[in-house]
Design a protein around this ligand. Structure first.
Ligand code: SF4
Ligand code: SF4
Length: 350
């Protein structure tokens, strides 16, 4: 993989140059949180690494989108209207979440809505240092070897830029004069030091390797009922988790002209209606069963099928769940057989 250097002061010039090749997207501040958004003014782009409120999945499978329109005679699929995009600032854990989606949506029947957007998107990854909720080192998602076109590491005096694909190379060729090919031994030492400092900043860890067994052993444990007593079934954990991918599809029929819009939207196995089938039977009516399914998916079943964890350690469930049911509190309960009720809030902040 080719590696180059970019002077700190040249990042804006580079981003301005490449925004001529496609729409520029990246994190920007919205109220108290960061969101991925289209960037029309570079001053709005947050150039430092941040964890956005919703993960990168929203750019590839938006929370709600139209799949097709039927006008009463013919139908048209909405899969060819995507513009070329360049997304800046994707952290390593989210690159891993996209690699998981590539697998899931690329099985026997490829999901055209996901892959068309994927084909039209160039990704610039940005290395980060962990916040207090980050678990990516435990999940081994703090480093990336694939899944990006360019990857940038901020080494204070300059950026180290890894070129991952030919699309990434095209970006460099838009402004080759900004880059220095001469990566010296001193630069390499700076990178090694940066990596050591980053690795030393993780505050939380999970031994993911032991989790499939612990999920099996705790299948009938009382912990699921205890968590269920607090869970609000709000589904927020699914919405913010970069690897949750459940969706529903509905046909909205316009009265009068026979036209139909087929809409696809995010769903969650935490919702009671999710497992309801024709005739009204519900396979997971109990909250405890739904919680167990969610964590089985994160800690066991995906590992069995794909030899990868489907938790990429982003920490969003830790930040988001209003009653503190999250990957950390659940793993703690799996290990000790006890739910720490004092740390489970009935409502955050109370
Ligand atoms: S675990 Fe937390 S975020 Fe998830 S559904 Fe229950 S209350 Fe909502
Ligand atoms: S389970 Fe939690 S920490 Fe893991 S990827 Fe999902 S939101 Fe992030």
């Amino acid at each position: 993989m080719r590696t180059l250097k970019l002077k700190k002061g040249n990042l804006d010039t580079f981003l301005a140059k490449i925004s001529e090749l496609g729409e520029l997207w990246g994190p920007r501040k919205k109220g108290e949180v960061y969101i991925y958004d289209r960037i029309d003014d570079l001053r709005d782009l947050v150039k430092e690494p941040v964890i956005t409120f919703l993960p990168i999945k929203k750019l590839f499978l938006p929370p709600r989108f139209q799949m097709l329109h039927y006008d009463g005679k013919i139908y048209e699929e909405n899969i060819n209207q995507f513009e070329q995009r360049i997304v800046y600032g994707v952290p390593p854990c989210e690159i891993h979440s996209l690699l998981i989606f590539d697998k899931l949506f690329g099985l026997k029947y490829k999901d055209p809505y996901y892959f068309k957007r994927r084909e039209k998107t160039i990704i610039i990854a940005l290395s980060c240092t962990p916040s207090s909720a980050c678990l990516c080192k435990s999940a081994r998602t703090h480093v990336i070897e694939e899944g990006f076109d360019l990857a940038i590491t901020d080494l204070n005096d300059f950026y180290l830029v890894w070129v991952g694909t030919s699309k990434g190379d095209d970006l460099i060729r838009a402004a080759p004069e900004l880059f220095d090919k001469n990566v010296t031994q001193e630069d390499i030492q700076k990178f090694i030091k940066w990596r050591e400092v980053r690795d030393g900043k993780f505050k939380k860890s999970i031994d993911f390797v032991t989790m499939p067994d612990l999920m099996d052993l705790n299948y009938n444990s009382h912990i699921w009922k205890e968590f269920a007593e607090k869970c609000l079934s709000c589904g927020a954990c699914s919405m913010v988790c970069p690897t949750c991918n459940c969706y529903d599809v509905i046909d909205e029929i316009e009265l009068g002209d026979n036209s139909v819009n087929r809409e696809r939207f995010w769903d969650s196995c935490m919702f009671k209606e999710y497992s309801m089938v024709a005739g009204g039977h519900n396979f997971r009516e109990a909250k405890a069963e739904r919680l167990k399914l969610w964590y089985t998916h994160k800690l066991k079943s995906f590992t069995d099928a794909y030899k990868k964890y489907s938790c990429v350690g982003c920490g969003r469930c830790v930040i988001t769940c209003p009653v503190d049911i999250n990957i950390l509190s659940v793993v703690e309960a799996l290990l000790t057989g006890k739910v720490d009720k004092d740390s489970l809030l009935t409502e955050k902040g109370k």
